[in-house]
Design a protein around this ligand. Structure first.
Ligand code: NAG
Ligand code: NAG
Ligand code: NAG
Ligand code: NAG
Ligand code: NAG
Length: 383
């Protein structure tokens, strides 16, 4: 019967399709769904489609619907999807954002979907998407999700947007570990901003991420951040603004040291010069710390600082583990000393900490080398 209805050629008078859609609805949707404000039925689909695609004169409705690749249904106050979207089996992109949907529609027949735009609805649970093997981008920001789940079968998912969920008071967004593991091999872009997250630990398996947006959360612990980004070797952009830990002294420098691959932090480019300088700085501090520890054990002697201590091998080890060895956390005894040294090193402050993309890279290494050398000499006086 569905075949028969769908193969009727459409006389383009859309009022005619009213009875047509009722037939389809009875066939394909559970009939006892309560009546709501605006339901998506075939009238709306056709109405929407015909505003940007034309059905050719002698084309069957069936053929017309099957060749559609994009479905524009955004901003139509839809709160229910009454018809099965498998009537448009060749869809690759569905725009359903800015509606009032409380669940993700059944998409079993849309296995070619690559983009699904569902942001700014009232979706409470992620489901009905396990057949979307080719889905590339999933937009679910501004919904009512409390758990990120149901992503287990999305083998091609590269971008996931789940920012700003309308969470119950005091609750934070949760992540189902199995879903996170499942999308880890492919996921590159993730937006989890505005979800009261106080840790990123659940995101640790996502080691293919290139862009992570986690602004306006409750992140406070730099060690937690370090622990997570040390796994993300391809991370080029990190957005962290409006989190409690942004107030920590030298926050930006500390984050740059944690994530070697980073190119943009909080919307600002990181210059190669400042990056290199900061790495050397942390490596040299590590070397000094080790030296001091050694000296405390053996006969107290002069603190000779050999540049060989901070070899490129050290740098590599440092990056591989990314545990920020020489990294002076607030409150640790070394911190004051380095603050004092840095305060004195006005040249370096200006040239290497300015993040000036145009500063001459040829000059910087010499300066920082010299600076580190000076640092080691001065550190003697701080004992
Ligand atoms: C639907 O997509 C398939 C596979 O890409 C293609 O072979 C077919 O011709 C398409 N159907 C229409 C009606 O365009
Ligand atoms: C799947 O879609 C149906 C029909 O719209 C809906 O009733 C159901 O709640 C959805 N399931 C999930 C888990 O979203
Ligand atoms: C991520 O979400 C935040 C909060 O809504 C938004 O401001 C930002 O533009 C989003 N970024 C991307 C790339 O989606
Ligand atoms: C970093 O340290 C290494 C080893 O000491 C040195 O060769 C290199 O020039 C330094 N680079 C910068 C930018 O200070
Ligand atoms: C290192 O110390 C020397 C002598 O105190 C000073 O002239 C030079 O500017 C310092 N270099 C740096 C990079 O701090």
């Amino acid at each position: 019967m569905r075949e028969a209805v769908l193969s009727l050629s459409l006389s383009l008078s859309l009022s005619l399709s009213l009875s047509l859609s009722q037939n389809i609805n009875r066939d394909l949707v559970n009939a006892d769904s309560p009546s709501r404000m605006v339901k998506l039925n075939i009238d709306l689909i056709l109405g929407g489609i015909l505003s940007y695609t034309k059905k050719t004169r002698d084309e069957s409705l069936n053929h017309f619907l099957s060749r559609l690749t994009h479905l524009h249904l955004e901003g139509r106050q839809l709160d229910d999807i009454e018809c099965d979207l498998s009537i448009c089996p060749n869809l690759t992109v569905i725009y359903l954002y800015d509606n009032q949907l409380s669940s993700i529609p059944v998409l079993d027949g849309n296995k070619f979907l690559t983009h699904l735009y569902l942001q700014n609805n009232a979706i409470r649970k992620i489901g009905n998407i396990s057949t979307l093997k080719q889905l590339n981008k999933l937009y679910l920001g501004g919904n009512c999700l409390s758990v990120i789940e149901g992503l287990g079968k999305l083998e091609e998912l590269e971008e996931l947007y789940v920012e700003n969920q309308d969470l119950p008071p005091g609750e934070k967004l949760l992540f189902d570990p199995l879903s996170v593991m499942a999308i880890a091999p492919t996921l590159q872009i993730l937006n989890v901003s505005g979800n009261r997250l106080d840790t990123l630990e659940d995101l640790k398996p996502l080691n293919k991420l290139t862009h992570l947006y986690t602004t306006n959360n409750k992140l406070f612990d730099l060690k937690d951040l370090s622990n997570v980004v040390m796994n993300m070797h391809q991370l080029v952009q990190l957005e962290l603004s409006s989190n409690p830990f942004c107030l920590i002294n030298k926050f930006r420098d500390k984050v740059i040291i944690m994530a070697k691959s980073l190119e943009i932090l909080d919307g600002r480019e990181i210059s190669e010069t400042s990056k290199k300088f900061l790495y050397n700085w942390s490596v040299s501090k590590d070397a000094m710390k080790r030296r001091q520890r050694k000296n405390m054990k053996s006969v107290p002697s002069m603190n000779h600082f050999h540049e060989g201590d901070a070899t490129s091998a050290d740098v590599k080890v440092f990056h591989r583990h990314a545990t920020v060895p020489g990294y002076v956390m607030p409150g640790l005894p070394m911190r004051k000393q380095f603050t004092r040294i840095l305060a004195k090193a006005t040249t370096i402050e200006k040239d290497a900490f300015s993040y000036n993309v145009h500063s001459s890279p040829s000059q910087a290494p010499k300066q920082s080398k010299e600076f580190i050398h000076n640092l080691s000499k001065r550190s003697d006086t701080f004992h």
